[in-house]
Design a protein around this ligand. Structure first.
Ligand SMILES: *Cc1c(COP(=O)(O)O)cnc(C)c1O
Length: 938
């Protein structure tokens, strides 16, 4: 029998599955489906639910199809600019970081003791951004430049003292930034006033904030100092968008007095990717550090007093405080932020400055050649040429030479230079204008823009890794500190850490996908557009919805887009009073945060003792809010890991009251091929392609969060960010397009039957774990027939009460056993949520079970008084190699500390690099950039 891709993706083989099903007490996967899911929502067969999916292909066949799609795209020389520039990713970073599973399969560093590698890399990112922008603190990271600008807007509003609801923006912002600002401003009642601020004057009236950009969309560089001074006098704060490469030469906004800085780090080695993914950034003055959305890495100490990194100011995202949330960003762009940081480490300050000078030199050569036709005389990389009536012809001539320029209007063409620009490109562009290259050599054109005097990137992180050998070892040294999927299962409930197959990953760096500009002419991207259309169709089929938009670049953004659609639907129908969103108490924090961002009031619906949504409370809440009801947001299966049997009734109650039903699709791994939210009552859902559909988590991003809707909401899906008023939610029309081949390949290689089998295998694995562990750690919630869905919650609260051993202790101890911990204290405090996924074979599942049973035995020894609560292998966990050296004053031995199951146990030993980290210490002493040199001398 030949083995299919599905056989390689799904961990347990047939005989393993039989053994698991016997433990669960069902005869077959089909019986499992009937036992676990409510009959009212169950589709009979994969053929019924997924009939339109093409038949499964092998890895090689799928890669052949993808190669054809990639080849049909035109990889032009991209001189379009607008925040997206070609870049030369150092091969050492492509192979050892971007294409390395030790980096891309890691999870968000919520377990900092086994995430020190990526935390250090992210601290480098923060240091790089704050150094280059001249700000005090930067986060890691934002989803793109436009959403970073939107987050800057709301930050200015809450950090400032002004009571104005007006935001002043310079007319030379990138158009996509302007569109996304408008989308985000409208539901919050923010009025955007646009003006040309280059003269330094502000228009009349009050503003809470001012947004400017360096360089502008037209390439123009303005000294914003007078605007910033005037804004401050007017009681407004100022946020400046800034290009990090330009900031190696020009005075950074931080030194001009700006309060906030935002932008993208794409051109630091991250491929264009037809729009993404790339890491956006946000940086602030110290005074606003606690207002920063997104993740912030900070320095703290571990139990031995050694330096250690962890996410600061939060156990989870500090800004996602349900309805009091200030942002909904959860998944960010960690992998891409690390690429950008490593690009800066590899080139160093001098290297970056040299690249910037070359880029500017080429732009200056263009300007010289265009003689007199250039609109602005101060520019970095982008030249705006004035060609009365000739723009179209010039762009067409350049196109015939393989170069994409940007027609601004009938009379203007913009040309952006980047790291990949050559003298030949400059000559070809000038030919398109009908002029010859100026006799001045590009390399010798002086750069009159070099106003920056302050030093940057002086830390050893940016001076030590300029050779390939040093960089190679640095990358290896960091990734060796972390547990990613290449070392262990990562049983994180709600996060679906399944296989990210190599065949799925291979295409993302192919030039046909990676080197296409998001605003390239459509005729350049037939393969990409085909792939996108395929995926939209397949995801519609899988979810039972009518239309899908791939634009949102994380689950949170899909939620935002979906709720925005609901809001606009009600408004269009004259239901202006419908402003209330019902959310069950168990919901993911992003749900309420997204609702708040679209201006909805959040009302919490109670859950019953058994974890289900309390339908009596729901009826009462519907009655209370009657004609104010906008929607309900539920997660299905619930975040309690259970298929609620009354879901159809719940949806009907809300619909009858005139509300819409939002089904959070983060748990779709429990539904694919079995049931479809678009058919059992949902009006809109977001999916997480980085959970269910194999995009790797990248250490905390990238993600893709498509929004799927029924027909009546289709016209409210986000539009083209280059069009004002399109309600776009990302800077690029198709969001993080370059990672869509991963999901395309997964669906193409699994086929309908494979997808359905994956779902059932995931459910089988979760139920197997639940049955085997229940006796040691009681499973908190089960549905009818005692079944869980694709994950289960282990309740440690009784154990903690009796023995003093906490979920933290168990989570950290798992690292000593070589495992990544499950999700901690979500959605119920004091519990662990375990999601094995379909990709783990029985040996790995059993090894995890045995580790958990062994841990339970350790807990019992603490409970029996054999070891004190304050000093036992659990509280002492994780144990480093260094902790074994020297005196050992513990009531347990060294061997049990680091080899709890004995030296003979086959599992590869993981050595956590630090002991338990003191988070509170770091929050009291907030340090969010690389510690100064003196700290290393200690
Ligand atoms: C992961 C998750 C989200 C948020 O998705 P991001 O991509 O991290 O923004 C929302 N809801 C649920 C239930 C989730 O598990």
């Amino acid at each position: 029998m030949t083995r299919s891709f599905a056989d390689r993706h799904i961990g347990p083989d047939r005989s393993e599955l039989d053994r698991m099903l016997a433990v669960v007490g069902v005869g077959s996967l089909d019986d499992l489906a009937t036992a676990a899911l409510p009959a009212s929502i169950l589709d009979d067969s994969a053929e019924g639910a997924l009939a339109a999916l093409p038949p499964a292909l092998s890895e090689h066949e799928a890669l052949t199809e993808l190669a054809a799609l990639a080849h049909s795209n035109t990889v032009a020389t991209s001189m379009i600019g607008l925040g997206y520039y070609d870049t030369l990713t150092p091969p050492v970073l492509v192979r050892n970081l971007l294409e390395n599973p030790a980096w891309y399969t890691a999870y968000t560093p919520y377990q900092p003791e086994i995430s020190q590698g990526r935390l250090e890399a992210l601290l480098n990112f923060q240091t790089m951004v704050s150094d280059l922008t001249g700000m005090d603190v930067a986060n890691a990271s934002m989803l793109d430049e436009a959403t970073a600008a939107a987050e800057a807007m709301t930050l200015l509003r809450r950090a400032g003292r002004s009571s104005s609801s007006r935001l002043l923006v310079d007319a030379d912002l990138f158009p996509q930034t302007r569109t996304v600002l408008e989308t985000r401003a409208e539901p919050l009642g923010i009025e955007i006033v646009e003006a040309d601020l280059s003269g330094g004057e502000l228009p009349e009236g009050d503003f809470f904030g001012v947004l400017v950009q360096t360089p502008g969309a037209s390439g123009r560089i303005v000294d914003w100092t007078p605007v910033i001074t005037a804004a401050h006098e007017r009681g407004a704060l100022v946020a400046a968008g800034a290009d990090l490469l330009a900031l190696t030469l020009v005075t950074p906004p931080g030194e001009q007095g700006a309060d906030v800085c935002f932008g993208t780090t794409q051109r630091f080695g991250v491929p264009l990717g037809f729009g993404g993914p790339h890491a956006g950034y946000l940086a602030v003055r110290t005074a606003h550090a606690r207002q920063l959305p997104g993740r912030l890495v900070g320095v703290s100490v571990d139990a031995d007093g050694d330096r250690a990194y962890r996410l600061a100011l939060q156990t989870r995202e500090q800004h996602i405080r349900r309805e009091k949330a200030t942002s909904n960003i959860c998944t960010a762009q960690v992998l891409l932020a690390i690429v950008a940081a490593m690009y800066a480490s590899y080139h160093g300050a001098d290297g970056l400055r040299a690249i910037a000078r070359r880029v500017h030199g080429h732009a200056a050569a263009l300007a010289a050649g265009l003689d007199g036709a250039v609109v602005h005389d101060t520019f970095f990389d982008t030249v705006l040429a004035h060609v009365p009536g000739g723009a179209e012809a010039v762009v067409a001539k350049a196109k015939s030479r393989g170069i994409n320029l940007r027609p601004v209007d009938a009379d203007h063409v913009a040309i952006a230079c980047d790291e990949a620009t050559t003298d030949a490109h400059v000559a070809a562009v000038l030919e398109s204008f009908g002029t010859a290259l100026s006799s001045e050599n590009t390399a010798t054109v002086a750069a009159p823009i070099e106003t920056r005097t302050s030093a940057y990137l002086t830390h050893p992180a940016f001076t030590s890794y300029h050779t390939e050998t040093a960089m190679l070892r640095y990358l290896r040294r960091l990734s060796d500190k972390d547990i990613a999927l290449d070392r262990s299962m990562i049983p994180l409930g709600s996060c679906t850490m399944k296989l990210n197959a190599t065949a799925e990953m291979e295409p993302i760096t192919w030039p046909g996908f990676a080197r296409v500009h998001p605003y390239a002419p459509v005729e350049d991207a037939p393969g990409l557009l085909r792939l996108i259309a395929d995926l939209e169709g397949w995801l519609s089929e899988i979810t039972g919805y009518d239309r899908v938009s791939l634009q949102p670049n994380a689950g949170s953004q899909g939620e935002y887009a979906g709720l925005l659609a609901i809001r606009r639907y009600h408004l269009d129908r004259g239901d202006t009073h419908r402003d209330t969103c019902l959310i069950p108490s168990s919901a993911h924090g992003t749900n309420a945060a997204s609702a708040a961002m679209v201006g909805l009031r959040v009302e919490v619906v109670k859950c019953r003792e058994n974890g289900d949504v309390d339908l009596d409370d729901l009826r009462a809440k519907i009655a209370d809010h009657a004609d104010r009801l906008a929607c309900i947001m539920i997660t299905y299966p619930s975040t309690h890991g259970v298929y609620e049997h009354e879901v159809a009734e719940l949806c009907a109650l809300v619909h009858d009251a005139g509300g819409q039903v939002y089904v959070d699709g983060a748990n779709l791994n429990a539904l694919v091929g079995l049931a479809r939210p678009g058919r059992f009552g949902g009006d809109v859902s977001h999916l997480n392609l980085h959970k269910t559909f194999c995009i790797p988590h990248g250490g905390g991003g990238p993600g893709v969060g498509p929004v799927a809707v029924r027909e009546h909401l289709a016209k409210y899906l986000p539009g083209d960010p280059l069009e004002r008023g399109s309600h776009a939610v990302s800077a690029a029309k198709y969001g993080s397009a370059s990672i869509l081949p991963i999901t395309w390949a997964y669906i193409r290689m699994m086929g309908a039957a494979g997808l359905r089998r994956a779902t059932l295998s995931a459910i089988a694995s979760a139920n197997y774990l639940a049955r085997r562990l229940d006796e040691y750690f009681p499973v908190l919630y089960t549905g009818e027939n005692g079944m869980v869905a694709h994950e289960c919650i282990l309740d440690l609260r009784e154990i903690t009460k009796r023995t003093g051993v906490t979920v933290d202790d168990v989570a950290k101890r798992l690292a000593d056993y070589g495992f990544h911990a499950p999700t901690m204290s979500f959605p119920v405090a004091g519990t662990l949520m375990v999601e094995p996924t379909e990709s783990e074979n029985l040996a790995e599942l059993d090894d995890f079970v045995e580790a958990m049973i062994a841990i339970r035995a350790e807990i019992d020894r603490v409970g029996a008084g054999e070891w004190p609560v304050e000093d036992n292998p659990l509280r002492g966990a994780p144990h480093t190699a260094a902790s074994l050296v020297g005196d050992w004053n513990h009531p347990y031995g060294r061997e049990i500390a680091v080899y709890p199951r004995g030296l003979a146990h086959a599992r590869a030993k993981v050595w956590p690099p630090v002991r338990r980290i003191d988070g509170a210490f770091g929050d009291r002493n907030l340090v969010c950039s690389c510690p100064p040199l003196e700290a290393y001398a200690e």
